[in-house]
Design a binder for this molecule. Structure first.
Ligand SMILES: [Zn+2]
Length: 246
């Protein structure tokens, strides 16, 4: 039995009994942590504010075995405005859900935590096109869970394809494929590939700089969805939300 201080973001929850909630936190220290927040749904509850979606806080969690219960929380960011804008709420939900699908207990992933934190911050506090932030999140998300798509080389013959005039994109090949290689992919605009490469060069603090033309943004999201379906399945909540967004 021990009490731990965990810096975490609420990436999921489910209500149980009359006033309780099971929170899924994505924490810096432990990765995914499921913990109870008792009585947090009463209007005057001390834990009311920290048991909301996307809240970032310092949670004091009491562990008995592998079961955690939130004792208290110091809320650092509520990202409250996300709850007032349905479009931004959906995109934040999509990002949080992908982290939930990828994060595992006792497996810290500080790089992924940073990506989620910055994505939620920009969604909540800036005016940028939210789907550009979604593109930025998804590209870096794939990179940080070990599924960076092939963008500069053919996924089949591994030749540098940056000057090839005709290219394809295939989930099976893990990204770009040259015209000479067999593939089941579809033609891809070279500008979209270049945009994907440049997005991966941006540090988290600069993701807000992503500004994509509609056509490029749309093509990018339509290339990324099958890749993510391949990893998580098309019936995962994360990919289902993404499919609704594009
Ligand atoms: Zn090739």
């Amino acid at each position: 039995m021990a009490t731990e201080c965990l810096n975490g973001i609420v990436i999921g929850y489910s209500d149980y009994r009359d006033n309780d909630r099971m929170l899924t936190l994505f924490t810096v220290e432990r990765g995914r942590v499921d913990c109870k927040a008792r009585n947090c749904r009463k209007p005057t509850a001390p834990l009311l504010a920290c048991a909301q979606p996307f809240v970032y806080g310092e949670y004091t969690v009491f562990f008995s075995g592998d079961r955690g219960t939130v004792n208290s929380c110091d809320v650092r960011e509520s990202f409250y405005s996300l709850r007032e804008d349905p479009d931004r709420f959906m995109i934040a939900s999509c990002a949080a859900r992908f982290c939930l699908s990828a994060a595992e207990p006792d497996t810290p992933n500080e790089a992924l935590f940073s990506l989620l934190y910055h994505t939620l911050s920009f969604l909540a506090y800036t005016e940028g096109e939210p789907k550009d932030l979604l593109c930025g999140f998804l590209m870096h998300f794939l990179d940080r869970i070990g599924y960076r798509p092939a963008l500069t080389h053919c996924g089949v013959c591994h030749r540098d394809v940056r000057n090839d005039p005709i290219l394809f994109f295939s989930t099976q090949a893990g990204g770009t494929v040259c015209a000479a290689c067999p593939h089941g992919g579809k033609p891809v605009n070279r500008i979209t590939l270049e945009a994907m490469r440049r997005i991966l060069l941006l540090p988290d603090e600069e993701l807000i700089r992503i500004k994509l033309p509609d056509k490029i943004r749309s093509e990018m999201l339509n290339l990324l969805l099958p890749l993510l379906n391949d990893i998580f399945g098309e019936n995962d909540r994360s990919t289902m939300i993404l499919a609704q967004l594009i």
